[in-house]
Design a protein around this ligand. Structure first.
Ligand SMILES: O=C(O)[C@H](CS(=O)(=O)O)OP(=O)(O)O
Length: 246
């Protein structure tokens, strides 16, 4: 396997050449997607703009929830924001979710040309790595925050790359992949826990933003490693639709 990592949104992406893109937006879009599908949402449709989301949801408003954020807050007129705490079974079971976020859904759009796309978070890290372990080429796409690299996405890229190199001895890493694996191993040394991961989020751009805005409890929710072992798999493009692969 050739394993590439794009650390921030400005990086060059040869996405059309890879078999699989894993989109990473730990705080909080891909964590929300994992949570929502694990809690029974039937599918998630991702959009770039609020207008597009509103139009899509209007097709079947009764069975659809409008979800997402701007500036980390729920959008006016939407049903749910971008905290995993909002995505309980009671709210989402059986529903179609239409989701737009500042960085996560944009990263999904940039990865659109990959043959297969998965959204990954700490919650479904090992499940996703096991599922794609034998692919020939994989690209880790860190969503970042407002165009900047953000540490929480880089930590998860390191964790995935670490898992993949353990599962598949033939992994060949590009320079950025080698750097994130080393960073992950040096920091956690295979003794990572939800608490230790949540603590590292306090040092990152995305984590500091959330603390400042009163969403500190979401750091632990987004660090809950391997707590929801499902796949979040794109099943169609334009619009991008994701379902749980099991
Ligand atoms: O960075 C953004 O503005 C947000 C942050 S948060 O999820 O509301 O904390 O969006 P995202 O696209 O999830 O990074």
């Amino acid at each position: 396997m050739k394993l590439y990592t794009s650390l921030s949104p400005g990086s060059r992406l040869d996405v059309e050449r890879v078999d699989v893109a894993l989109v990473i937006d730990v705080l909080r879009a891909t964590t929300v997607m994992t949570t929502a599908l694990a809690k029974g949402a039937s599918e998630i449709v991702t959009c770039l703009t609020v207008n597009e989301a509103v139009k899509l949801a209007a097709r079947d408003r009764k069975n659809t929830l409008l979800c997402g954020e701007r500036a980390c807050q729920k959008i006016d007129g939407f049903d749910l924001g971008n905290s995993p705490a909002e995505y309980s079974s009671d709210r989402v079971d059986g529903k179609t979710l239409v989701l737009t976020t500042t960085n996560g859904t944009r990263a999904i759009a940039t990865a659109a040309l990959a043959r297969a796309v998965y959204a990954v978070s700490f919650l479904n890290l090992t499940r996703t790595a096991q599922h794609i372990r034998n692919q020939k080429s994989v690209l880790l796409v860190c969503a970042g925050t407002d165009g900047y690299l953000t540490g929480e996405d880089v930590w998860l890229a390191g964790a995935i790359a670490d898992r993949l190199t353990n599962l598949n001895p033939s992994v060949e890493s590009c320079d950025s992949t080698a750097i994130v694996i080393n960073a992950w191993r040096n920091r956690f040394g295979h003794r990572e826990t939800t608490d230790s991961i949540a603590r590292t989020f306090r040092e990152t751009r995305g984590g500091r933003n959330l603390i400042r805005l009163g969403f500190e409890d979401d750091l632990v929710r987004c660090a809950a490693i391997d707590s929801l072992p499902i796949l979040v798999q794109r099943v169609s493009r334009e619009p991008s639709r994701f379902t749980s692969g099991g």
